[in-house]
Design a protein around this ligand. Structure first.
Ligand SMILES: NC(=O)c1ccc[n+]([C@@H]2O[C@H](COP(=O)([O-])OP(=O)(O)OC[C@H]3O[C@@H](n4cnc5c(N)ncnc54)[C@H](OP(=O)(O)O)[C@@H]3O)[C@@H](O)[C@H]2O)c1
Length: 298
């Protein structure tokens, strides 16, 4: 089968599409025929070797953390999922014709399985940070980067949890954020004033999804660093705020279930690429303005 791999740390040139052996469904996992594999910021970070110490890889290394697909085989101990089911979830080396998922859920019948290939990381991350800060129902929260993949999921989960959401985005993406049920504001200079004008009741929690260096400003807006969390700014702890990176901090399956239960839940697809253009897809995502999920479709 065909799969994307990188043969060394480096630029997108180290990515190849290769013929490789098919994975086998492990105990507790499923083997899928990949319909789409989501591209995430971490893919390029891993390829460039920026996480070589924390997450070392063996070369040639597979690419991709999430996918949707049709179940071809179920591993020992798997219940509730059968061959032929269409699922989305987390795996490894998912940028391939076939891949193993280790955490998954069924793609709702009303959802395009290609779109669902980009759901797992965004939903898990959004559900995790929301659960970690646990803002009180009815309170107002601020989402920096509400128009991105994680932000789109977070706004929908937060609205469904009964929160009022103020979401930041570029001028071009204001309507997209409003359509999710949030109040949109433009990011950049003067953000705190715009948020205060929009939310005189105050903001109970803030989520830095963009990693744009505004953690101190978010702390000032919320008034309490312990109610500010970042997923992309590792300097946040220097200011007393938290960084969250690990799936083990919450329950991915619970977040999948929560998202699926929301009527009309979705994360727009910005672009799809064939496996051979994985480098281009990673570069688009690394630019941080892709406008939705970028997917590789084998
Ligand atoms: N720690 C974790 O567990 C974890 C998990 C998943 C992702 N991440 C990281 O979190 C980040 C977001 O992921 P994503 O998939 O949501 O990315 P994405 O889809 O590319 O979204 C990026 C978001 O950031 C906004 N943005 C870009 N430049 C900005 C700026 N200067 N100021 C404020 N906002 C800005 C974009 O708004 P416009 O498009 O409207 O400009 C968009 O809303 C990435 O760095 C990713 O690597 C971390």
């Amino acid at each position: 089968m065909q799969a994307v791999q990188f043969r060394a740390y480096g630029s997108p040139d180290v990515l190849d599409v290769v013929d490789t052996s098919e994975p086998v469904a492990p105990a507790g996992g499923v083997l899928i025929r990949v319909i789409a594999s989501g591209v995430n910021g971490l893919d390029a970070i891993l390829r460039q070797g920026f996480m070589a110490e924390q997450m070392p890889v063996e070369f040639p290394a597979g690419v991709g953390l999430e996918a949707s697909g049709e179940v071809l085989a179920v591993g020992e101990g798997v219940t509730g999922t059968a061959v032929g089911d269409v699922v989305f979830g987390f795996g490894a080396a998912t940028a391939a014709e076939k891949a193993v998922l280790v955490t998954w859920a069924a793609v709702p019948a009303t959802v395009d399985p290609i779109e669902a290939g980009g759901w797992a990381v965004a939903i898990e991350t959004a559900g995790r940070v929301l659960t970690l800060l646990a803002p009180a129902e009815g309170s107002t929260v601020l989402v920096s980067g509400a128009s991105g993949g994680v932000g789109t999921a977070l706004v929908q989960l937060a609205v469904a949890r009964g929160l009022r959401v103020i979401g930041t985005a570029s001028e071009a993406n204001q309507e997209r954020v409003t359509a999710l049920g949030a109040t949109a504001v433009v990011y950049g200079d003067g953000l705190a004033d715009r948020v205060r004008a929009t939310a005189p009741e105050g903001v109970s929690a803030a989520f830095d999804l963009a990693g744009s260096g505004i953690v101190p400003e978010l702390i000032e807006i919320v008034g309490d660093a312990s109610h500010v969390i970042s997923i992309a700014d590792f300097s946040a702890p220097e200011h007393g705020a938290r960084v969250s990176t690990s799936q083990t901090e919450a329950d991915p399956a619970a977040s999948f279930a929560e998202a699926i239960a929301i009527d009309g839940f979705g994360i727009p697809v910005a672009a799809t690429f064939p496996l051979a253009r994985a480098g281009e897809a990673q570069e688009l995502v690394a630019g941080k303005h892709s406008g939705g999920k970028v997917l590789l479709v084998p």
